[in-house]
Design a protein around this ligand. Structure first.
Ligand code: ACO
Length: 329
């Protein structure tokens, strides 16, 4: 008989997202602090961001995104046996916000946990879930990015508070046998990196173990910018090399949405055509771990991302952490 090499792949069954109702525009910010719509748009591409209501927590955002993803997949919540939530803004210090989401969905089997890699969180969560699915440990996973960064911003600090927003996005993954080629559906490769030498360039100045407070986000913007493009392009090239693909094979580039200038420079350096780049930072701001699934959902819902498309996801953030995931939709 012939020799058939097959692979278990984590195939995306559906995606969903949720944005809080309240929209905060640049003009509204300019009325409160010394900034302007022009400055924010020129430096970042951001025009507005969504802000969670006082009684709306990260878990609530995550549950709404998860429900939308399950509906999109046509799947009952009980079919899910793994939940990985990427967040840096948990409801509480513990337990994991993922268990609140699990409980909210009425799931009482399998495992649910949080994962913390700041803006790279969704890529780290995707890679983690992918490894559990390919090992056979779990069959179907919800990978969620949910954030309420509005809670850790210093609203008097114009250098940071104009950049971030709240939101959540989720995908449902299923372990499926595929032929084992780069034409397979599912996650084809993931690449994760971190380097703690950069930890003081983007951090929160509080926490349970140090100050016993939550703290506020602090950033050396220019330092982050300086490293971002190189790190993003490195891990994207790693993904191309691992799969024998090139930028020409890509249908869509869906980066973490921090800043339009970083995204444009990264796409340019990778020779990715501008029309392949999905951009939502104008509408959502930087939603940290939620930004990639939020952008992904926009491009799936409006018909850009279709079954069989090759999609590059990448992110870079606090730590620094950075990573990529190459996915065939
Ligand atoms: N409105 C008006 N003026 C401002 C504002 C504001 N909101 N914020 C800063 N300024 C002023 C500064 O005070 C400074 O004034 P000065 O020259 O009189 O001192 C001037 O604008 C220039 O400040 P810079 O910090 O040099 O501005 P820069 O061009 O670097 O833009 C920015 C700042 C947008 C933060 C940029 O550095 C950047 O995009 N960095 C990347 C960081 C990023 O996107 N982080 C997101 C989180 S990390 C991640 O997700 C990857």
């Amino acid at each position: 008989g012939g020799c058939f090499v097959t692979a278990i792949r984590s195939v995306v069954l559906g995606c969903g997202s949720y944005l809080p109702q309240k929209v905060l525009t640049n003009a509204e910010l300019a009325a409160r602090i010394e900034t302007s719509d022009d400055w924010i748009v020129q430096r970042t591409g951001i025009r507005q961001r969504h802000i969670a209501a006082d009684d709306e927590f990260t878990s609530h955002l995550g549950i709404n995104a998860a429900r939308a993803a399950l509906a999109d997949a046509g799947l009952d919540a009980q079919a899910v046996d793994l939940i990985v939530l990427a967040t840096s803004t948990p409801d509480n210090t513990f337990p994991a916000t993922a268990v609140a989401i699990q409980n909210g969905l009425g799931i009482h089997h399998g495992a649910a946990f949080d994962l913390q890699a700041v803006c790279s969180g969704f890529i780290f969560a995707l890679a983690t879930a992918d490894n559990f699915l390919r090992s056979g440990a779990y069959k179907r996973a919800l990978v969620i990015g949910a954030e309420t960064f509005s809670r850790i911003l210093d609203w008097e600090d114009r250098t940071t508070c104009v950049l971030f927003g709240d939101g959540a996005g989720a995908v449902v993954l299923e372990a499926q046998e595929q032929p084992g080629k780069n034409t397979d559906r599912g996650i084809l490769t993931t690449h994760l990196r971190s380097d703690g030498r950069h930890k003081s360039k983007l951090y929160v100045d509080g926490g349970p173990g140090s100050t016993r407070t939550v703290g506020h986000l602090k950033m050396e913007g220019r330092e982050v910018f300086k490293h971002a493009v190189g790190m993003i392009t490195d891990v994207s090239v790693d993904a191309f090399k691992a799969t024998g693909t090139t930028a020409d094979d890509l249908d869509w580039f869906i980066p973490h949405q921090a800043n339009k200038r970083i995204i444009d420079a990264s796409a340019h350096k990778l020779h990715i055509a501008p029309q392949k780049v999905v951009l939502t930072v104008d509408l959502h701001g930087n939603t940290s771990a939620a930004s990639i699934p939020l952008a992904l959902c926009v491009a799936v819902k409006d018909g850009r991302v279709k079954k069989g498309d090759l999609v590059m996801l990448e992110a870079m953030g606090g730590g620094f952490t950075w990573g990529s995931a190459l996915v065939r939709w």
